[in-house]
Design a protein around this ligand. Structure first.
Ligand code: ADP
Ligand code: MG
Length: 503
């Protein structure tokens, strides 16, 4: 269990209703396993391929074809489970979930209903304001994705693309521990971050590699605590499930809308019917898709073509040993080792590339200064041009070189920004650039003193004012910096200006 030093965020209360209502949300996230081949066939999973070009006889459900489990996909599911601090089930099994759909040639989806490969885990969801909630994971099971029906290519016909048929999905089911739209988005963001660290899912929501079914209900204040104490769902309201959401923004809008819809019904004396709904982003509302089907509607039964999946603890241990340092641990280490703020540590550990870059810059240097330069200067500059840290024109060694020049008082902070711009646009060794272009800071007190004297002599009125009001000394510092082309050591300038004005 994590040592929670955070405050728990207050549940979201919906305003505008007659009574107080709280939100309860549980999510089923479908995460496409990062794998070259499908879950039970060797066909490619490449996104954006020519329609129906990545379809094996198994995927097309040709008679007599048999599924063969892809060990790599199983490993990725185990890795994900370990990353979510979850129980790994050494024995799991595949079931057939039977239904008809044109993009499902088998007439059933192979999934894991009764014995999922991963059991209970947890995700720490931080809200960025010092509050965090621990969201429990109920299970992760492996299943096949379906194909895609295309209805907008021809006015009279629909088409079916089976490229996605049989691609491995991990369905990550949370407990109903999420209490508001922002938390729902933060939960998804954290799951995605962890899976990207692990390399088990690319988390790309636009391409559908990560999508979520969002279960929403509302309850009276106090009822959720009763549910927590007893785990009895009877204390919670009836939920509706919003299907297949693949945008963080729409998920939040849909939750908000759905909660308001439910409250209006209950306050008007009606009852919520458990159902599956779709969100229409154009209208900003959810609409009924079908009444909720139950597991027995699908006539689940163990897939007779597949033996139960048995894995060994030794293999799980081997996978565990190759797990990278995960976001929570890395963030805690950045705070402890580099003295970073919670916020800076979060920004720098958002993804592995940023964290890796920062660590090289910070090694043997002042951590806070390194964080400042990476976040404010580098990330700011990269963002301007829509660049990614992986194609940064400034290498960690170059940025470290700039910081070293500041730390050794060779250049001022102001000149350092000019230097950064030169390195960013032209490249080169920062120390050499400073030398060649005469950017070195003037630390020679004599030269600075002469400049201070000159400004003081030329501005007797300002001097008189500054003697009355010491705050005006800053104006002299600015003038001296200007007259030295920004190269005077600001500390020395400050000291000398104060000293001379006091004379
Ligand atoms: P199914 O697979 O039929 O959709 P599950 O029992 O597996 O049903 O639950 C699916 C999701 O619904 C889980 O994420 C769970 O946390 C969530 N859930 C269950 N009850 C509620 C509720 N009252 N309000 C919100 N979410 C809920
Ligand atoms: Mg469901």
């Amino acid at each position: 269990m994590l040592d929670l030093t955070y405050d728990t965020p207050k549940p979201k209360v919906i305003s505008g209703a007659k009574d107080d209502w709280e939100l309860v949300i549980g999510m089923e996230v479908h995460a496409q396993v990062t794998s070259n081949a499908k879950l039970f066939s060797a066909a490619s999973t490449k996104f954006g391929a020519e329609p129906n070009s990545n379809v094996s006889f198994v995927d097309a459900a040709m008679p007599g074809m048999l599924p063969t489990i892809n060990e790599y996909c199983v490993e990725q599911a185990v890795r994900t489970g370990l990353g979510l601090k979850a129980e790994i089930n050494l024995m799991s099994a595949f079931d057939r979930k039977n239904y008809f759909y044109p993009d499902l040639p088998q007439g059933y989806q192979i999934s894991q209903l009764y014995h999922p490969i991963v059991g209970e885990g947890e995700v720490l969801v931080e809200m960025g304001d010092g509050t965090a909630r621990l969201v429990r994971i109920e299970r992760i099971h492996l299943e096949q994705d379906a194909g895609k029906s295309i209805h907008d290519m021809d006015p009279n016909m629909s088409f079916v693309d089976l490229n996605r048929t049989g691609v491995a999905l991990m369905e990550i089911v949370s407990r109903p521990d999420i209490r508001g739209p922002e938390e729902a988005a933060a939960y998804l963001g954290k799951l995605r971050q962890i899976m990207r660290y692990l390399g088990t899912c690319n988390g790309d929501m636009q391409s559908g590699a990560m999508r979520a079914d969002v279960n929403v209900s509302v309850c009276r204040p106090g009822d959720y605590e009763k549910y927590q104490a007893t785990q009895d769902f009877g204390h919670l309201g009836t939920r509706c499930e919003i299907k297949n959401m693949n945008s963080m923004r729409f998920i939040q809008q849909a939750i908000d809308h759905e909660a308001r819809r439910q409250i209006a019904i209950i306050e008007a004396g009606g009852e919520i019917e458990q159902e599956t709904r779709l969100y229409d982003p154009d209208k900003g509302e959810t609409r009924s898709m079908r009444s909720k089907e139950e597991a027995h509607d699908y006539r689940y039964f163990p897939d007779p073509d597949l033996l139960p999946l048995e894995i060994e603890q030794a293999w799980v241990n081997e996978i565990a040993a190759t797990l990278p340092e995960l976001p929570d641990a890395k963030k805690a280490r950045f705070i402890a080792d580099f003295g970073l703020s919670d916020y800076d540590a979060s920004v720098l550990t958002a993804d592995l590339d940023s964290a890796g870059y920062f660590e090289v810059v910070a090694k043997g240097r002042d951590g806070k200064m390194a964080a400042n330069w990476v976040i404010n200067e580098l990330f700011g500059r990269l963002k301007k041009e829509d660049h990614d840290i992986t194609d940064s024109p400034v290498t960690p060694a170059q940025l470290g070189g700039i910081i070293d020049l500041i730390a050794s008082d060779a250049i001022s902070g102001k000149i350092a920004k000019d230097l950064f711009e030169i390195v960013y646009t032209e490249g080169g060794d920062p120390a050499v650039i400073v030398e060649e272009r005469g950017m070195k800071q003037v630390t020679d007190t004599g030269a600075i003193e002469a400049a201070v004297d000159e400004i003081i002599a030329a501005n007797p009125e300002q001097v008189a004012k500054a003697k009355e009001n010491p705050k005006l000394a800053g104006w002299f510092v600015g003038q001296v910096m200007k007259s030295t082309g920004g190269k005077a050591n600001p500390k020395t300038v400050n000291q000398l200006v104060s000293k001379k004005l006091a004379e």
